[in-house]
Design a protein around this ligand. Structure first.
Ligand code: EZ4
Ligand code: CO
Length: 403
């Protein structure tokens, strides 16, 4: 069998998605997600101009060899654009392999290690009462774990407070990035009161998660971790900018609050120190942005050796193909922790027909052969790409800060 066609489709059914479609000489079609929010066309070009021509004529069964060919063959290694492009090829090849074998991908990865994958949803609020109302809705739906974010008083446009229906945090802005604002001192005083309010109302029988979104210094993060200890968070995420692995030594020395990091990281080298020094508890890298199933499962295998568990990024800007791929891996690995699940806004469901399911706080990828998501190209054509930036962030004095 040979790969006979490789094409990239950029569409916007509810938000932008980049999708790679591979066709084979046997008529089997595989799909992969190549979406890099706010930089979609860079990955589309990387694939169209540099990767797709190399795929034609290759044997789709040789997944690892293709991975090594694209990674080592680029010479310019790692980075979000290249690793997202390789991920799309990798997932599409696993999809093909599953369809050829007649098995769901998780069976090819060693089979299920659990009956379902615990997911967490996002509860947010412009103030604490609104957050509590949204939190109650998640409990009613059966969620066992919920992320809590609330707008910091005096800090306009705090990250994590949705502008639409809970599935998108970036205001639509095609002209230039929206400007958010930030002040760590106000946030550090406010965040523990949010946890306190949620525990007071809902008790300790549900997991609470929180995303700091790269905004603190190491010692500020240590202070936050310590202040939250009485409320027993499942984790605090991205407490400091993720590229500085050594920052976690400081945080770790001061708090027992579990730490998660990695949604902006792309390779096993980005988390080598974090894992081998046991500086984190959960690794947040995603299938889509980290070289696909083939690479992320190596990250998880390394993490397993050091008692670190998975906690993959699962925002709505990763397509349903990415979410399905994540669920297959989550179901199979021994050291699964939790999976983020924001869901997707309509009309994404018209373009991506998924077979994964949610019940009582757990998800399952389904049992159809391959990844289990059908991509409807004719439907995608009805929703053309819409240029859109992620926001930038400024402190109250106007200086740039991590978003
Ligand atoms: O800001 O995916 O944990 N989830 C997150 C997301 C990210 C977006 C960026 O595209 O941090 O909301
Ligand atoms: Co995050």
């Amino acid at each position: 069998m040979k790969i006979t066609d490789a094409r990239v489709v950029v569409s916007s059914p509810g938000r932008n998605y980049v999708t790679l479609v591979l066709e084979t000489s046997d008529g089997v079609v595989g799909v992969g997600d190549a979406t890099l929010n706010g930089r979609e066309l860079a990955v589309a070009s990387y694939l169209r101009d540099h990767v797709c021509p190399l795929l034609i004529g290759r044997d789709p069964a040789r997944i690892e060899d293709t991975w090594q060919y694209l990674y080592k063959g680029a010479y310019w290694r790692r980075g979000p654009v290249g690793m997202t492009a390789i991920a799309a090829v990798d997932v599409a090849l696993w999809d093909v392999k599953g369809k050829v074998a007649g098995l769901p991908v998780y069976e090819l990865l060693g089979g299920a290690s659990r009956s379902g994958v615990m997911v967490y949803g996002h509860a947010d609020g412009h103030d604490v009462p609104e957050l509590l109302d949204r939190f109650a809705e998640y409990l009613e739906q059966g969620y066992k774990a919920v992320r809590i974010q609330a707008a910091v008083p005096g800090v306009a446009k705090t990250y994590g407070v949705s502008v639409h229906d809970g599935r998108i945090y970036e205001p639509a802005n095609s002209d230039r990035p929206e400007e958010g604002s930030w002040e760590s001192s106000a946030y550090l005083d406010f965040a523990p009161t949010v946890f306190e309010a949620v525990r007071e109302r809902f008790g300790f029988g549900v997991h609470l998660l929180h995303d700091v979104h790269h905004r603190l210094t190491p010692i500020e993060a240590a202070r936050l971790g310590r202040a939250l200890e009485p409320y027993r968070p499942f984790w605090i995420e991205d407490a400091t900018p993720a590229e500085d692995q050594s920052a976690f030594r400081t945080i770790r020395a001061h708090t027992t609050t579990p730490l998660a990091v990695g949604e902006v990281l792309n390779s096993i080298w980005d988390v080598q120190t974090l894992i081998t020094e046991r500086l984190i508890d959960y690794v947040r890298m995603s299938v889509s942005h980290s070289g696909g199933i083939s690479h992320l499962r190596k990250v998880y295998a390394l993490a397993e050796l050091f008692g670190v568990r998975s906690g993959a990024h699962g925002a709505g800007d990763l397509s349903p193909i990415a979410h399905a791929a994540a669920l297959h891996l989550d179901l199979a690995i021994p050291n699964f922790g939790i999976q983020e699940y924001m869901g997707h806004r309509d009309p994404a469901g018209e373009v991506f027909r998924s077979t994964y399911s949610f019940a009582d706080g757990y998800m399952h990828p389904g049992d159809v052969p391959g990844i289990g998501v059908e991509f409807d190209e004719a439907a995608a054509a009805r929703f053309p790409y819409e240029p859109r930036y992620l926001p930038v962030n400024r402190r109250l004095d106007g200086s740039m800060h991590d978003w």
